[in-house]
Design a binder for this molecule. Structure first.
Ligand code: FE2
Length: 196
């Protein structure tokens, strides 16, 4: 699966009157999650000589939110519970002939894992954890503490799991990414404020 093919898949599932902007938000978020995930994988290798499948991580990060679009109607209003976008994404990917191994990145990425759909492999855990450092709703980077606060609000157990991820993978450095996407965040948030 090439990056350009995955982008085409996003183009296919983005819809509605704000298709262009929503596609841009989800795709940019996916690229950011890919970048953070690879940084975590590199650190694991450098610090502990633990090797991961980086190609799989890249693909997983780029497809993990493919179910996002189906959670909204054509006016960008929620039409299903947001936590279900992982399962929806998994079903879309399986239908498209994507392997279970890859489709699971969608299934098991929501929060720190949701109900029985929790990340199992190191690669799945890395993408799931990396996803916590960037939000799509009002696009922004989140610090570890901000993510933790959100997780605890949903379920204190999720906070415990997030802490375990931190112990395992450390806290990624997003300084450069913040700088790179600073202008994009300013512009896209202006758009978000206008439609929400
Ligand atoms: Fe995500």
């Amino acid at each position: 699966m090439k990056q350009s093919d995955i982008y085409k898949l996003h183009q296919k599932y983005a819809h509605g009157k704000y298709k262009k902007e929503i596609l841009e938000i989800v795709w940019t978020h996916s690229l950011i999650v890919k970048n953070i995930s690879l940084q975590i994988a590199d650190n694991l290798e450098k610090n502990y000589s633990i090797k991961t499948d980086k190609k799989l991580i890249e693909i997983g990060a780029l497809i993990h939110d493919i179910g996002f679009y189906d959670c909204f109607d054509d006016d960008y209003k929620n039409k299903c519970e947001y936590v279900l976008h992982g399962k929806t994404g998994y079903e879309i990917l399986i239908k498209k002939g994507v392997s279970k191994k890859r489709a699971r990145f969608a299934l098991a990425h929501v929060g720190v894992g949701f109900e029985n759909d929790i990340p199992i492999t190191l690669e799945e855990e890395i993408v799931c954890y990396a996803d916590n450092f960037h939000s799509k709703g009002h696009p922004r980077f989140n610090s570890f503490e901000e993510s933790m606060e959100e997780m605890i609000k949903i379920n204190p157990d999720f906070g415990v799991i997030l802490n375990r991820f931190k112990d395992k993978f450390g806290i990624p450095d997003v300084k450069e990414l913040k700088e790179k996407y600073k202008k994009w965040h300013e512009e896209i948030n202006e758009w978000v404020e206008g439609v929400k």
